[in-house]
Design a protein around this ligand. Structure first.
Ligand SMILES: [Zn+2]
Length: 184
């Protein structure tokens, strides 16, 4: 699996809910976990690998050995937020090397389905809550640059211009990940 970088249009697609939990979804989830660990991320959303359904994988410790920190979420929703907001440094595998402060809710209660189709609910604080919010945003086509505020965005300008230049270069060479060219 290849991670799509900004400004790939697949990152702006609204992912559709999963209605049938088949082998394809399971395979996608395991491949996404592998990809996330390979790039040392804490979370990865299906649109980041060009899949347009509501699937996330996360590991709040970023450590494949710590399975208790690993979560797979199908059709996730935030059902409650608590404790106000807090600003902290955040990155994204679709923006390699870019880190900025982003304001997020300190505590979230989320609901999702696991790979067995069982519904689960969990309450998270701080970093895990941040990861959930960041990844669920991806499913709506929302990126962390949309949450930075004008100062953070200004500070990111050089990086964003670099990403756009790289994208245009790859597009010209016909080097964009296969199967997604039709969406450009
Ligand atoms: Zn991201």
């Amino acid at each position: 699996m290849k991670i799509l970088h900004y400004p790939h249009p697949a990152l702006r697609v609204k992912a559709r809910p999963v209605t049938i939990l088949d082998a394809d979804i399971q395979k996608a989830a395991y491949e996404m976990l592998e990809t996330m660990y390979r790039y040392e991320g804490l979370g990865l959303a299906a649109p980041q690998v060009g899949l347009d359904f509501q699937l996330l994988v996360m590991n709040f410790a970023g450590d494949p050995a710590r399975k208790e920190m690993e979560h797979i979420a199908i059709n996730p929703v935030i059902v409650e937020t608590k404790g106000g907001t807090v600003s902290d440094r955040e990155g994204c595998l679709s923006f390699p090397g870019l880190y900025q402060n982003v304001r997020r809710f300190k505590t979230v209660r989320v609901q999702a389905y696991n790979l067995k189709g069982e519904k689960y609910e969990m309450e998270c604080h701080d970093l895990p809550a941040r990861v959930w919010q960041h990844e669920i945003d991806h499913l709506a086509g929302t990126l962390f640059i949309d949450r930075m505020g004008s100062l953070g965005l200004q500070r990111s300008q050089k990086d964003l211009e670099k990403f756009i230049a790289e994208f245009e270069k790859a597009k010209k060479k016909g080097d964009l990940p296969a199967g997604l060219e039709a969406k450009l």
